[in-house]
Unconditional design. Sequence first.
Length: 98
Amino acid sequence: MSTRALKALLISASVVAGFPAMADSALKPGPGRDTVEAACGICHTPNYIRMNSPFLTPDQWKAEVTKMRTAYGAPIDDDAANEVIQYLGRFYAVLPKR
């Protein structure tokens, strides 16, 4: 194996080791959790939510859910989308900066 390939492998391994394991990706309990797991889990793991939670406000989560539905075609009806938005805004959002 070349030095370049070995470096790339070591960097990749260290990045993967720095993220929580998939088994540790459970979402916080609360109203809407099952809907979030079902609706969002179609395309990605809950790690996406946890990874973005330090950055997104409730309004930004609403925009993300809207983007997932309109731009990416996520099959989430209006009622489920509202439940997802409420859950993410309550359990995984930061306060807006003033």
